[in-house]
Design a protein around this ligand. Structure first.
Ligand code: NAP
Length: 503
């Protein structure tokens, strides 16, 4: 069991309140830290070593009903609805400052429950917190319109108003950033929220909420329910008329279910789902840059990133050279327990992920894929470690090719022409991110427009930023997070017609 003192002894957050630790064992509803109504709990496990990191309430649908009710009351009746944009902005800034101040401790919690290397966890805190800062600024810029009317005695006024209660459902791979990207926008817009974090990583989420409490958000504005049985709570979010919007990041399968299941209530739904990103290297590319970008895009978070490069397409003339350079870098990657400073790749999150990665590699091998490096579990390190892997000659009927692997595996296909590779890259039901490397300016503009994805990295492997709109096309999702577009998911547009005016 990881105790607070092993993370950091007594932490003083402000002159007024002292928290001994950010590791919480209760959920937060209507301003109270509470157990599940059944008193059930579940354990959070460190995937690097199987040790228990903490335990949290195993809430059921009755608890979630309380959370939705609290958020509804806070939206309709409490002082929250009277907060000005400036007041909402300043609360978000306080939250941002507290997250920054406690960044080290949050990173340690995140690394322990997700297995993410500690330096990556620090990077996620900075990246995720940038959304709180960004939306603190955007809160003051949710402008409406005054549109010139065709009638002489009318004014057309357009307001943007908060949706109401928003349910935020988040995955384990970015336990902090997936929450801040949603919560920052929702709170800036004036919504109240109920967060349902992933079963594998609830402690980072609870630590964030602890700091939100410290920042001074009114009771009921931010609520969080923890559970290891998500479906009934998801069903409540879909069916309850009190929930006006659902924002979900996770698998395409669950996203589709939420979309279908919430159709009766015609509620706002924003979906950030899985990808199958092509990573194309043309003959004209700067190969050093392309290889560095490949390492960053593929191996961040052990490949468990929705925008990770999934299918590597290498043009014929650079195919062998790129593989040689890539292999040298992959061989040098340090795999191990994420709490160690020099580790670059941690374990996979759980046995389901581990089995998926192993079976996809076996499937590619059996269909003719050639393993150039790795392709095996690293049992000496622990049960969930898998070697960084490079496979070439991956056939198009291999699962690695058509599905998102979500693991540290580079799958390579050779191509001859631009036309051929665009067709292959777009031959997917997914369309989240895509990357390509070329020094030919004509090709750069052409290919950027032709790729059927929501985000394109040109000569760049890491593209996410608070200022940029994140999201996909096709079955990769609906809506955008981050940027000024992120607010749109949480506001309704209201048109007011002022008639019979005399000028
Ligand atoms: P997941 O199984 O869909 O889970 C995501 C979240 O949904 C978790 O909180 C999960 O709870 C919850 N959930 C599962 N079933 C639910 C239901 N019936 N109703 C309501 N909530 C439900 O996905 P995952 O395996 O954790 O995450 C990996 C996937 O997420 C990958 O496909 C990846 O590409 C995608 N992803 C996308 C983005 C993006 O921005 N596009 C970012 C990160 C990840 P439990 O944990 O309790 O099961």
């Amino acid at each position: 069991m990881l105790f607070c003192n092993s993370l950091r002894p007594k932490l003083t957050l402000s002159a007024t309140r002292t928290f001994s630790c950010l590791v919480q064992s209760k959920a937060f509803i209507n301003g109270n830290w509470i157990n599940a109504s059944t008193n059930e709990t579940f354990e959070v496990i460190n995937p690097a070593n199987g040790r228990i990191v903490g335990s949290v309430p195993n809430m059921n649908v009755n608890d979630a009903v309380q959370a939705v009710q609290a958020a509804k009351n806070a939206f309709e009746q409490s002082e929250w609805s009277k907060f000005t944009a400036k007041e909402r902005s300043s609360l978000l800034k306080k939250w941002f400052n507290l997250i920054e101040k406690n960044g080290n401790e949050i990173s340690e919690i995140m690394s322990a429950e997700s297995g993410k290397p500690i330096n990556e966890a620090r990077g996620e805190v900075a990246y995720g917190n940038a959304f709180i800062e960004w939306f603190a600024e955007e809160a003051r810029r949710i402008y409406g319109d005054i549109i010139p009317s065709a009638a002489k005695d009318r004014e057309i006024i357009v307001l943007k108003q908060p949706l109401g209660v928003a349910a935020l459902i988040t995955p384990w791979n970015f336990p902090l950033a997936m929450i801040t990207r949603k919560a920052g926008a929702a709170l800036a817009a004036g919504c109240t929220i109920v967060i349902k974090p992933a079963e594998d990583t609830p402690l980072t989420a609870l630590a964030l909420v602890k700091l939100a409490e410290e920042a001074g958000f009114p009771d009921g504005v931010i609520n969080i329910v923890t559970t290891n049985n998500a479906a009934p709570i998801g069903d409540l979010f879909c069916k309850s008329p009190d929930v006006r919007g659902i924002s979900f990041t996770g698998s395409t399968e669950v996203g589709k279910w939420l979309f279908r299941n919430s159709s009766d209530g015609i509620k706002r739904i924003s979906l950030e789902l899985g990808g199958n990103a092509p990573f194309i290297v043309f003959n004209t590319a700067n190969l050093e840059k392309a290889v560095d970008a490949a390492i960053a895009s593929k191996f961040r978070n052990c490949g468990q990133t929705c925008v990770s490069a999934n299918r590597f397409f290498l043009q014929d003339e650079i195919h062998n050279k790129f593989i040689d350079l890539l292999k040298q870098k992959v061989e040098a990657l340090k795999v191990g327990d994420g709490s160690k400073q020099d580790v670059q790749i941690g374990p996979l999150i759980n046995s389901m992920q581990f089995n998926k990665v192993s079976s996809y590699v076996e499937d590619a091998r059996s269909k003719g894929g050639k393993i150039l490096f790795g392709g095996r579990p690293l049992e000496d390190l622990g049960k969930l470690f898998y070697s960084p892997t490079i496979i070439s000659n991956v056939p198009s009927n291999a699962k690695l090719y058509s599905e998102e692997i979500f693991g540290p595996v580079v799958s390579i296909v050779k191509f001859k022409t631009e036309e051929e590779v665009i067709r292959a890259a777009n031959n997917s039901r997914r369309g989240l991110a895509g990357y390509f490397f070329s020094e030919n300016i004509q090709q750069v503009f052409r290919v950027a427009r032709l790729l059927e994805v929501g985000m394109v990295g040109v000569n760049e492997g890491l593209i996410s930023a608070a200022e940029a709109p994140f999201g996909g096309v096709k079955e990769s999702g609906i809506g955008r997070e981050g940027s000024h577009h992120g607010i749109d998911e949480y506001v309704e547009i209201k048109y007011i017609c002022m008639g019979n005016l005399k000028y």
